[in-house]
Design a protein around this ligand. Structure first.
Ligand code: E4P
Length: 228
């Protein structure tokens, strides 16, 4: 499962792109509305940093408006993926945009039937929102499992993207169900990074190594020799 970062904050992408784990990014109007600065600059910077698909969302309610906004958003950066909210109009816009070569992330998908329609309209990514399903007491794992089954077993080209990730357990669920991608907030990526036994283990390795001061000299010499 590939990892995208779900954010509008360039500083978060700067930090986490350096880990070498990101293949793309997703923004949405709510995430961008929290940030200072022009959305276009933010999207360009994020796309540069992740060097992969970067979703920027259309907001028009009409098919023509979505298509025009999608075309305009694509001029921002070669990695821009047009994010289109699920609706009848969104499906028509997805078909038009993908026919002209755009990557489209169909967002706000909450059921296998919606996912099937999104994939049939040519969506590159189909975003199922786990956290928001859980918020209304619908089992997100079950819905996601059905979406993976519907899209993968029919050999459709669309990738299943697990979105609205709220905690590390969502990540384990999405990965084990066979999702192609998860888009993850920085907070959850940090939670995935940390484990008390890792911290404790690293401290013990350091302490034991330092108990033999000659080892530091030996390793320093080996590094210097290797550098030439
Ligand atoms: C990403 O593409 C979605 O817009 C995002 O994951 C939604 O997350 P939320 O439900 O936490 O707002």
């Amino acid at each position: 499962m590939e990892l995208f970062i779900d954010t509008g904050a360039v500083s978060e992408v700067e930090e986490i792109a350096a880990w070498g784990v990101l293949s793309g990014a997703t923004t949405n109007p709510s995430l961008l509305a929290k940030e200072d600065g022009e959305p276009g600059d933010i999207i360009r910077k994020i796309a540069d940093l992740v060097d992969g698909p970067t979703s920027a969302e259309v907001v028009s309610p009409t098919v023509e408006g979505m298509i025009e906004e999608g075309r305009a958003l694509r001029t921002l950066h070669e990695h821009v993926t047009v994010k289109v909210p699920f609706s009848a109009e969104g499906l028509a816009a997805t078909r038009a945009l993908t026919d002209e070569g755009a990557m489209v992330n169909m967002t706000l998908v909450f059921s296998p039937n919606q996912a099937l329609l999104a994939a049939s309209a040519g969506a590159t990514f189909v975003s199922c929102f786990m956290g928001r399903l859980d918020d209304v007491s619908v089992d997100s794992a079950k819905v996601l499992e059905e979406i993976v089954d519907v899209l993968h077993s029919r050999d459709l080209d669309s990738k299943v993207l697990a979105a609205s990730i709220r905690h590390p357990e969502h990540m384990v669920t999405a990965a084990s169900l066979g999702c192609d991608i998860a888009t993850v907030p920085a907070k959850v990526l940090h939670q995935m990074l940390n484990h008390p036994l890792t911290t404790e283990g690293a401290a013990k390795f350091e302490e034991d190594w330092k108990s033999r001061p000659e080892f530091a000299e030996w390793l320093g010499g080996l590094v210097a020799k290797n550098k030439g």
